[in-house]
Ligand binder design. Sequence first.
Ligand code: IPE
Ligand code: IPE
Ligand code: MG
Length: 253
Amino acid sequence: MSLPAHVAIVMDGNGRWAKNKGLPRSAGHKAGIDALRATVRHSVRRGIKILTVYVFSSENWQRPDAEVGLLIELFMASLNDEMDELNSNNVRLKFIGDISAFPDKLQELVCSAARNTAGNGGLQLVIAINYGGRGEIVSACKKLFIELHAQGRNAADITEQALRSHLDLPDYPDLFIRTGGELRVSNFLLWQLAYTEMYFSDVYWPDFDTAEFERALASYVRRQRRFGRTSEQLVGTSTNALRGICRDGNGKV
Ligand code: IPE
Ligand code: IPE
Ligand code: MG
């Protein structure tokens, strides 16, 4: 199989990385930014089309206030610092999650970062902040309900495609990577991961480097994605055709 078009990453393990080194958790989060920069660069080199990264979950508000505050500050500082390189690498930024919960200055920064990179045609970098998969599905349901109600339509018009069109992220990742050794999804992209290939790494996020990224990609290309079919049915089917099946539910090969 060819390389994944869309990679989604739960960047986990910053705190434990720091603890192992006798450093404060903040040092782990700072080192995590370096790992993300390297991962974006490598995604650009490898021609990956979409990279979706989990930066802050809707459950991460439950961390101590000082850590939440630090994560917000680091996020804003690094977004500012990286804009020039992102632009020169032709990266387009998209943000998913409920940003209205953040301070105004963060919301303004996010909007201007998306606007300033909107014309870039290279890698799409999707940043999930205050994102939760359950919340995303509930808000998509609300939007679909309002739309159907306004058109005088009813529950029979609720389809997978209609609901999907109201999600923050309608694209389906081909490869999911979680670092940090935990074998869970933690409320990330619950709808979208239905047929995504999973790769779990024991490496803490700050240690996630090109070699580990390549191991994940190599694991992906060795797999056969069947989308419910048999191996025999898939002989001679291209990855793109398979992606079409994934996108359209039960479309024919
Ligand atoms: C991931 O690392 C970063 C965020 C969740 C913001 P953690 O901070 O969760 O690191 P561990 O899991 O405690 O090691
Ligand atoms: C998931 O990591 C969220 C992010 C990486 C942003 P967590 O560290 O919050 O996940 P749990 O709590 O271990 O499930
Ligand atoms: Mg964690």
